[in-house]
Structure formats: structure tokens, C-alpha cells
Design a protein around this ligand. Structure first.
Ligand code: UDP
Length: 259
């Protein structure tokens, strides 16, 4: 799949590879321009957006398909302070974090402006619906084509794709957690009847008010992960990947090849 940065009407730095995993070095406003570009031009298949944090990078060390999925995506966003710091360490800095939940709201703005329709797939039953209602409060006029919890199980795929087709969606946001959501999009890319699909993790839970986001001051100093750990302590096991991430980045540095 073509990388979106190739379509941008200006030069952007080439992506940084953190332990062999690609991350695009775009600012939030450049991401918006890239999204606008991809939505307004025609492509043979759906375009995938992945939002990467250190847990993704560590999972991609073991899971080759997941690494391919990220490295071949149209757009890979740095959704994690650990990624921003690693890029700085590798002397290929990324200007700022671009989070999934912020990008989802920006996508909704773009959708409202140009008449694109959003489909919200995943999360616990009822959550996508509340998230959609919240998006409509935040962005008046945005069209929610449909919402459905479903599951990432392969046997549900045909039914889900049919729902998206009959809802006539342009943008599909998938909340099945990583890597399930991103792999779901990746293996269905040729079949997803929409221009763009993005894995959004816990974004619906935040929008629906099921989970609270870290206060702005904590986000600004790069401690959103710590707040998440405090709110959802069961995450400690997943976050064990973090020390490994730091050690390996220091030891191995940048690896532009898919080793
Ligand atoms: N989720 C789901 N089905 C699954 C696994 C997860 O709907 O089989 C949903 C879960 O309810 C949550 C979302 O996936 O709304 C994202 O989960 P998490 O917060 O773990 O993702 P992260 O943001 O850490 O990637």
C-alpha cells in the first residue's frame, strides 16, 4: 500500500524505524492534510491508519504479520510518548504525539465538513453508540453511518463487512484493542467497503465516558500512560513491555529493515 506521505503537497521527513517498526514523522496538522488527501482521492482499496505505542513495537517483534501490517499502512501515527522519546534518541525526531482519540475527533470534523460517513465498530455493546452520540455533540452535523460491537473473530467478518456496506460508510474506526483491531483491518483491507480504516483502541470508552482521560497537564508532560495504569491497574502486565522497549532501543537503535 502506498504511504500517505508520498501524496502530501510538501516534503516531510522520512519515517523513523523503531526496532524495525515504521512511524511517520508528521505533525497533527500534517496528519490532517494527509487524511483529507486520502479521503478526497480514489484508491483501489481501503487505506489503513495505525496508531503506535511501545506496546505495539514490542508485540511486533514477535508477530511478523503485525509488523507487516504497521510497516505497510498508509499512515502510522506516534500515539505514545515512548515513541516520541525513542525517535528523539534515534536522532530522527517526531514533533509531537498524535493520539488515536484526538485523530478520531479530527476525522469527525473532516467528515462533517465534507459529508463523509463514520462507522464505529467494536468495544462493549452500547459503547460505540454512546461514543457516536458524544461525537455528534462535539462535532455537530457529523454523520454516524452505524455502530456495532461485534467481535474480531474471523467467522463474524462477513456479517460485519455487510453491515458496513449497507451503512454506506466512508471511514471505519475499529476498537478491538491492539493488535486484534489492526490485524482485523489488515486482513480485510481489500474487502472493507470504505476509503479509510483506523484502529482506535480505547477511544470509544473515552468518548462514551466509560474511561476518563488523563488531565491535560499530565498529557502535556508525557504521563498519560501513568494515569492509565492508575485507572486500569490490570494494564501492568502489558506495560512490562516498556522496560524491554527502552533497553532494546538503547541497544539496537534504529533498524530500517524488516529484520
Ligand atoms: N475490545 C473489544 N473486543 C475485544 C477486545 C477488546 O471490543 O475482543 C475493546 C474494548 O472493549 C475496548 C477496546 O477494545 O473498548 C480497546 O481496548 P484497550 O483499551 O485495551 O485498547 P488500547 O487502547 O490499550 O489499545
Amino acid at each position: 500500500m502506498a504511504q500517505m506521505r508520498n501524496f502530501l503537497p510538501f516534503d516531510v521527513p522520512s519515517p523513523v524505524y523503531v526496532l524495525g517498526v515504521r512511524v511517520d514523522r508528521l505533525t497533527q496538522s500534517q496528519v490532517l492534510i494527509a487524511l483529507k488527501e486520502v479521503l478526497s482521492s480514489s484508491h483501489a482499496s481501503c487505506q489503513q491508519i495505525v496508531t503506535v505505542n511501545p506496546e505495539f513495537v514490542m508485540a511486533a517483534q514477535q508477530n511478523t504479520v503485525f509488523r507487516q501490517c504497521i510497516n505497510q499502512a498508509a499512515l502510522v501515527l506516534a500515539d505514545g510518548i515512548g515513541i516520541v522519546l525513542a525517535a528523539r534518541f534515534l536522532r530522527q525526531p517526531i514533533a509531537e504525539r498524535v493520539t488515536g482519540v484526538d485523530t478520531l475527533v479530527e476525522l469527525a470534523r473532516l467528515a462533517a465538513e465534507h459529508g463523509y460517513r463514520l462507522y464505529l465498530l467494536g468495544a462493549a455493546p452500547g459503547v460505540a453508540e454512546s461514543a457516536g452520540a458524544r461525537l455528534q455533540e462535539l462535532v455537530p452535523g457529523v454523520q454516524i453511518a452505524g455502530t456495532y460491537a461485534g467481535s474480531p473473530a474471523p467467522e463474524e467478518e462477513n456479517e460485519i463487512l455487510e453491515r458496513i456496506r449497507s451503512a454506506q460508510a466512508d471511514i471505519v474506526c475499529v476498537a478491538y484493542g491492539a493488535p486484534a483491531q489492526d490485524l482485523w483491518i489488515f486482513r480485510n483491507l481489500q474487502r472493507i467497503p470504505a476509503s479509510l480504516a483506523m484502529g482506535v483502541g480505547g477511544s470509544f470508552d473515552f468518548l462514551a465516558g466509560r474511561q476518563r482521560r488523563a488531565p491535560l497537564w499530565m498529557r502535556r508532560i508525557g504521563l498519560e500512560w501513568l494515569y492509565r495504569l492508575y485507572r486500569e491497574p490490570w494494564r501492568w502486565r502489558r506495560m512490562l513491555a516498556l522496560p524491554q522497549f527502552v533497553l532494546q532501543v538503547i541497544r539496537k537503535g534504529s533498524n530500517p529493515h524488516e529484520a
